[in-house]
Design a binder for this molecule. Structure first.
Ligand SMILES: C[S@@+](CC[C@H](N)C(=O)[O-])C[C@H]1O[C@@H](n2cnc3c(N)ncnc32)[C@H](O)[C@@H]1O
Length: 366
């Protein structure tokens, strides 16, 4: 890969290109990186590269000619010309990964007030490294170069960036090194267990938890994972996974390949959490039923009484079918007892209403 950087300050790149991974990548001929002085391409006899803005206003504006000519002389059909500007597309890891597969990048660094708007016409792409304004495009160009170079094949061990933050829309898992105990802070047991399967599982879960805690925006839109936590204790109460192409699930007692099934959604719920949620729902419904029951004490309306009786009978059936196993026996028995009383009372009331009705009818016929 080749990267050409157009700048008014090529010396700014000296340190950047002569240290660490970028330096090694250049030495190992994985990349060739050159910072070119825009001024060298100026046709002006004083090597002028900028001028005042039309219409007035502060600052100097980079002129078209030196930049058009520089790009012309460096460009080939495989080049991607990129303008560094705070008005560009916000830069991210996916863009870095895509750029790392290019053969040739030309990065244009603006300076001062910016550049002549017509320079946009020669760019294939405009990149912003964030919603803030720097004095020039040199640091943004270094950021893009650094993030791209480390992804070029053979520059660093691919395993070390596969798990990096953002590579799968998740933040990286927590890492630790020696000593195992530092000022009372212990390395998690699983990491020293030697059980690689368990370590992998732990890391995957930690990635999800960390992302949900720190950058939920990265995965929220995908509805991929939803973790519900107890606000007070921070304890994880449930984990919900949604995946378009499904999760493979291996039945535990028979791990043969053909037994693997694929599911699109998994919800893992702590029993105590399920109990709490069900309790909230049941209590609300019971309050509603009591309100209706109390109202019926003030009326002998047959239809309303029949409707509430029907609702209570149905709700008892619903609880037995759906909630009974998750409610805890004491709470379940209490609720079923209360519903039994409501149903019993309403049955008595219905009988009374019928009796009154019948006696009224027989009175009329007499
Ligand atoms: C002072 S800035 C000009 C800002 C310009 N007046 C504006 O508000 O859009 C000078 C140059 O720094 C570079 N620059 C500053 N902030 C940047 C950012 N967030 N991302 C990419 N380049 C940036 C650009 O090349 C820009 O032309």
């Amino acid at each position: 890969m080749k990267i050409d950087i157009l700048t008014l300050f090529p010396n700014m790149f000296d340190g950047f290109l002569s240290e660490s991974i970028v330096k090694r990548a250049i030495e190992n001929k994985k990349v060739s990186i050159n910072a070119h002085n825009i001024r060298d391409y100026s046709k002006d006899k004083h090597k002028k590269v900028d001028d005042t803005p039309y219409g007035g206003g502060a600052g100097m504006v980079l002129m078209c000619q030196p930049i058009f000519d520089a790009v012309d002389s460096l460009k080939s059909p495989k080049s991607r010309v990129i303008l560094m500007t705070p008005q560009g597309v916000p830069y991210n890891q996916k863009m870095a990964s895509s750029l790392s597969k290019s053969e040739h990048l030309i990065l244009i660094c603006g300076h001062y007030e910016g550049f002549d708007e017509r320079i946009r016409s020669i760019a294939d792409m405009e990149i912003s490294i964030g919603d803030y304004v720097l004095t020039g495009g040199e640091l943004p160009a270094m950021i893009v170069t650094d993030s791209v170079v480390r992804l070029v094949d053979g520059v660093i061990d691919s395993e070390s960036h596969q798990n990096d933050s953002f590579s799968d829309d998740l933040l990286d898992y927590p890492t630790y090194t020696k000593p195992q105990n530092y000022k009372g802070m212990e390395v998690p047991d699983v990491l020293v267990s030697g059980n690689h399967k368990e370590i992998e599982k732990w890391r995957q879960t930690e990635k999800i938890i960390k992302t949900l805690e720190r950058r939920p925006d990265l995965i929220k839109h995908k509805k991929g994972y939803l973790i519900t936590k107890d606000n007070k204790t921070g304890e994880i109460l449930s984990v919900e996974f949604n995946k378009i192409d499904g999760f493979e699930v291996t039945p535990k007692n028979d791990a043969r390949r053909e037994d693997i099934i694929s599911v699109n959604k998994m919800v893992i719920v702590k029993p105590s959490f399920a109990e709490k949620v069900i309790k909230l729902k049941v209590d609300k419904k019971m309050r509603n039923l009591y309100d209706k029951f109390n109202y019926l004490l003030t009326t002998d309306d047959e239809d309303s009484t029949a409707a509430v009786l029907d609702e209570a009978v149905r709700y008892r059936g619903f609880i037995i079918k759906n909630y009974a196993d998750f409610m805890g026996t004491k709470y379940r028995d209490t609720i079923l007892k209360k519903l039994g009383i409501i149903i019993n009372e309403l049955n008595i009331k219905m009988n009374l209403i019928y009796e009154i009705k019948e006696s009224e009818l027989s009175g009329k016929t007499r």
